[in-house]
Design a protein around this ligand. Structure first.
Ligand SMILES: [Fe+2]
Length: 233
């Protein structure tokens, strides 16, 4: 803790981004406790409420350190319908066979379909083209499944150890409430911003300094995603 507060207070915003290793986990973990105290994704606080005001204050504190000012929603040209179908099939197999529960959702490693995509497409160049930030090729990727009613992700910051920027691509969605189901939610200095993605749509965002989460899955709903993590150059 001492290390983190020293970094933040004495060196300013640039060193927030330089937290690595144990410091990166402490930085994210400390803020995540605070964020969870302010709000639950199952009942997000209303505009002007104490919880929402506090969350906006945290977002404002982090905003100067953002590499990507706000989440960008895209339909990547490399996420063609056949590519997304292949990723969906692999995600379902991997999550069923080797998935594990992590923070109220399923996670699994990726397989050859995702690996071939990462070799065939210059994903780092795509990030640079869309958000103007130079990144290394993705060093991590995983499948994420929200397959049971109530599964969700509380508002949090990612550890900088994991990535600086994410591409979160929706590869499958089943819903009886078309357009009104579970969404990715971000906290910005202006308030909550929800993004409802369908298969083939992706969000590019700075998960380390932009608080984010997912609202709960409803009955009969599933969402399956692949996340690519990038470190800035
Ligand atoms: Fe995250």
């Amino acid at each position: 803790m001492e290390e983190i507060s020293e970094v933040r207070s004495s060196h300013g915003r640039d060193l927030i981004r330089n937290a690595r290793g144990e410091s990166a986990d402490l930085f994210a973990g400390t803020w995540n406790k605070v964020l969870r105290d302010f709000a639950k994704v199952s009942s997000l606080p209303g505009v002007g409420s104490p919880g929402e005001t506090c969350l906006r204050a945290v977002a404002a504190l982090m905003a100067p350190s953002l590499l990507v000012p706000e989440p960008v929603r895209v339909r990547p040209p490399w996420a063609s319908a056949p590519q997304v179908s292949a990723l969906r099939d692999e995600a379902k197999m991997m999550l069923r066979e080797s998935g594990y529960i992590n923070n109220n959702k399923m996670n699994s490693a990726c397989g050859p379909v995702a690996e071939r995509l990462a070799y065939a497409v210059d994903l780092a160049a795509y990030v640079a083209e869309v958000v103007g930030v130079k990144v290394k090729q993705p060093h991590a990727a995983n499948y994420i499944g929200y397959w049971e009613a109530g599964q969700s992700l509380e508002i949090h910051l990612d550890s900088m150890k994991f990535s600086d920027i994410n591409i979160l691509l929706c590869v499958d969605r089943e819903s009886s409430r078309e357009g009104q189901g579970s969404s990715t939610v971000f906290v910005t200095p202006a308030g909550f911003k929800s993004e409802y993605c369908t298969p083939g749509e992706a969000l590019i965002f700075d998960g380390t300094c932009l608080p984010h989460g997912r609202t709960p899955i409803g009955d009969g709903e599933t969402v399956t995603l692949i996340n690519f993590g990038f470190h800035a150059l």
